[in-house]
Ligand binder design. Structure first.
Ligand code: AMP
Length: 115
């Protein structure tokens, strides 16, 4: 089933798209956790990290390099940022179209709350 992110990739739903090429689309998160909060998604619908194929190695690497470039253009490369991919229930994944969160623009604190 198609997700909201596929509709954004196709231009059928509005979003604040900051980058797009033939492999990925990047747009601002609708509920930002920090001054910069961008989602980088493959144009092809891949539900979770678990669904990446070995042949997706270049695509996965491309997502990382797009995050690097966006961090630079957002002016947060030097101050720092966090890249997150949530997966399934324990990862608290809400949208089942693979996406890389690029979050920065303020100190982000510890990575995961220790319980
Ligand atoms: P995750 O928990 O990793 O699946 O994160 C899903 C993210 O998608 C959340 O941070 C949401 O705020 C964000 N989100 C959901 N719908 C939209 C939308 N239409 N446009 C932009 N971001 C969205």
């Amino acid at each position: 089933m198609s997700t909201i992110f596929s509709k954004i990739v196709a231009g059928e739903r509005s979003a604040d798209v900051v980058y797009q090429d033939d492999r990925v689309t990047a747009f601002r998160d609708i509920h930002p956790a920090a001054p910069t909060h961008i989602l980088i998604v493959p144009n092809r619908e891949i539900p979770t990290v678990n669904d990446l194929a070995d042949g997706d190695e270049a695509l996965a690497g491309h997502m990382l390099l797009v995050a690097r470039d966006l961090a630079k253009s957002e002016g947060i490369a030097e101050s720092g940022y966090r890249l997150i991919i949530n997966c399934n229930r324990d990862g608290n994944q809400e949208v089942f179209h693979l996406h890389l969160h690029l979050i920065g623009g303020r100190p982000l604190g510890g990575m995961v709350k220790r319980v």
